[in-house]
Design a protein around this ligand. Structure first.
Ligand code: SAH
Length: 350
């Protein structure tokens, strides 16, 4: 949904200002998928709009559902970039996991999206539309979206303005109307984004993919560490906490024999310190093309126990939808690289 374009077209055609509100509210509140279902618009205007600017601009290529009820949508932007969005079931509540970019430039070594490289950042309308598409599918099953996490493809803070604009739309009480605390942005540790989020009036949740307590280890897993070392990251999180009073959710992916020892757990606890400023979500590794293996259940339990003994809140996040490659880090669509090459060739030729 390129709402700014719809608004501009309506103004250009001399339509009254309330028309654009009607379109926006129909798309975000009644989840209209096309202009024909917006019956408050005159039929002629519906046709004219449909010809000029489709209400849903992402093409839906594939919908897959896993045994545990996870739904994965595969979409394509108008210029051909693949995007994935996932809806997971968490004890009756549904969480939508959205992409901020097609692909990702940060190249974390355990992540399938990182393998793809960056296609391009998504516009805010393309981010919101992933949510609307999922919400429509869920509605057909009598369910609705209770939470949004920006944990699909991409690094949200490398696309800050569009991600924030999308969050504002998702939150808008006249639109989709999702509580700000039900929207989480997850970052690989892009410090300027953490700093900027601390200044936002909207109280969104912040999640940090930490995955290692030292620079040496984190650099192997997440090359972004060379740019923003762990100490700098922790400082940004502490400043965020001081400024907003909100806690930071730390994600820690447990990789067998890599970052999952008792010593790593103690080091992590020392880094975060006791108390409520941080909460650790331990996550299971989902297989990708890399050589890592998931830690055993016993290891996960022992790691969590050490954190709790040292007064760091910790929980374990089961993975969802791995049978349809919808789980964390498995979102990767073949073709993004080829598409980028093709575009480069096209622009080089002009
Ligand atoms: N770039 C952002 C958001 C996208 S990744 C970030 O890094 O937070 C969302 C989460 O999935 C991150 O915590 C990421 O580290 C994790 N992840 C990536 N690959 C994974 C894998 N193979 N198994 C489990 N989690 C993975």
């Amino acid at each position: 949904m390129d709402f700014a374009r719809v608004e501009a077209l309506l103004a250009e055609w001399g339509e009254p200002a309330y028309r654009s509100r009607q379109v926006y509210e129909a798309a975000t509140r009644i989840l209209a998928a096309d202009y024909d279902s917006i019956t408050t618009l005159p039929a002629a205007l519906r046709r004219r709009l449909a010809e000029a600017e489709p209400l849903a601009e992402l093409g839906v290529d594939d919908v897959r559902e896993s045994a545990d009820g996870t739904i994965k949508l595969r979409l394509t932007t108008r210029d051909g970039f693949p995007v994935e969005a996932v809806a997971m079931r968490h004890r009756g509540r549904r969480t939508a996991c959205l992409s901020s970019q097609s692909g990702c430039p940060l190249a974390c070594t355990f992540c399938a999206t990182g393998e793809m490289g960056l296609g391009r950042s998504l516009r805010s309308g393309e981010i919101v539309e992933q949510l609307l598409a999922l919400a429509r599918i869920l509605r057909d099953r009598g369910a609705s979206v209770g939470n949004v996490v920006m944990m699909g493809m991409g690094e949200p803070f490398l696309n800050y303005e569009n991600v924030l604009a999308a969050c504002r739309t998702m939150h808008d009480p006249d639109g989709f109307n999702l509580g700000a605390r039900h929207i989480a942005i997850s970052t690989a540790g892009w410090v300027p984004g953490i700093e900027a989020l601390a200044e936002e009036p909207l109280p969104l949740r912040l999640a940090l993919s930490l995955h290692a307590p030292t620079d040496e280890l984190r650099e192997q897993l997440m090359p972004v560490t060379r740019r923003y070392p762990v100490a700098r990251l922790m400082q940004a999180c502490r400043d965020y906490r001081a400024r907003t009073g909100r806690r930071v959710f730390v994600e820690y992916l447990l990789l067998d024999g890599v970052n999952d020892s008792d010593a790593h757990a103690r080091r992590l606890a020392r880094l975060l310190g006791p108390g409520p400023a941080f909460h650790v979500n331990l996550i299971a590794y989902n297989p990708t093309a890399s050589d890592y293996r998931a830690s055993s259940q016993e290891r996960v339990a022992a790691f969590a126990e050490i954190l709790r003994e040292l007064a760091v809140g910790a929980s374990y996040r089961r993975s969802h939808g791995s049978d349809i490659e919808a789980a964390c880090g498995q979102l990767a669509v073949t073709g993004a690289r080829a598409r980028r090459r093709q575009l480069r060739r096209m622009t080089a030729g002009t």
